[in-house]
Design a protein around this ligand. Structure first.
Ligand code: 5HY
Length: 272
């Protein structure tokens, strides 16, 4: 089974971190391919960033479809382009916000989200509502650490741990959902430090995709997620034109855009 984990930002050091955390939870025999598109923002911290990340995500999905990938994870807490990706992919596509929030509802009556910048909190609330878990979401908090400083700032781990501890106390919630893929490697440390379940959406999404594929389940190709009707796109997006035959789901885009080879981590080798 091949699972492609798409980090929609173009920072490969973060993509590798995400890939290692994803591979650490995938079953033996499952290959996790962590990729970043060739186009897009270095990090995603605004609606503008999210909007401009979507073409790169869709090009990666198209490439995966051409290469026979079984399922996808969108490894950004805004779940950018999730619905559009499901219109293109045959296999399951799961966003880390959706997977993290849904997993939290199995582990407690309520959860709190701790994300990076305060300006992204609204998006997290919107997603909680979209996924029908807003009643279980007691709070969305920000540690005010920019995405790319998660890897470089020496006190990032302690500041995020403290933000999680405070969120639990303030919200009287039972579970923490980490609000950024770049926090994936902090999960175990924070859980030990605060004594409550802490969910990393990357891991939750990988096991969800793996489970759905194992059940032989795929994205529904009828109604809302059917292949979009073919039409012309102009300008920079001209290459995003889809093939004529929706049923064939032949997606010509991607190969022209020349997406780089995925950073594949066969599971049995990657564990540290
Ligand atoms: C993420 N941004 O998971 C989101 C987190 C955020 O580049 N990867 C990003 O702050 O919304």
């Amino acid at each position: 089974m091949r699972i492609r984990v798409i980090n929609p930002n173009t920072t490969w050091s973060m993509t590798r971190l995400i890939g290692e955390c994803a591979s650490a939870v995938a079953s033996t025999g499952v290959t996790v391919e962590a990729v970043s598109p060739t186009m897009g923002p270095a990090s995603i911290e605004s609606h503008y960033d999210e909007a401009l990340a979507v073409p790169g995500i869709l090009a990666e999905i198209a490439r995966g479809e051409a290469e026979g990938v079984d399922g996808y994870v969108i490894a950004c807490f805004g779940d950018p382009g999730l619905e559009a990706a499901r219109e293109l992919a045959r296999g399951p596509v799961v966003g880390i916000a959706e997977a993290g929030m849904r997993a939290a509802t199995y582990l407690g009556r309520s959860f709190s989200v701790v994300t990076t910048l305060g300006r992204t909190r609204g998006r997290a609330w919107d997603l909680a509502s979209t996924y029908g878990v807003e009643k279980a979401c007691r709070g969305v908090h920000a540690c005010e650490i920019p995405v790319l400083e998660l890897e470089t700032s020496p006190d990032a781990q302690e500041r995020i741990t403290q933000a999680c501890r405070e969120a639990l106390a303030l919200d009287e919630s039972d579970v923490i959902v980490l609000g950024c893929a770049g926090m994936a490697d902090l999960c175990a440390h924070i859980s030990d430090a605060i004594g409550a379940p802490v969910i990393d959406g990357v891991a939750a999404a990988v096991v969800t995709v793996e489970g759905l594929v194992r059940l032989g389940l795929r994205t529904s190709g009828i109604n809302e997620y059917a292949t979009p009707p073919a039409k012309a796109y102009t300008g920079l997006l001209a290459e995003f034109q889809l093939g004529e035959d929706p049923a064939a789901r032949n997606l010509s885009l991607g190969s022209e855009i020349g997406v780089p080879a995925p950073h594949s981590l066969p599971n049995e080798q990657s564990r540290r």
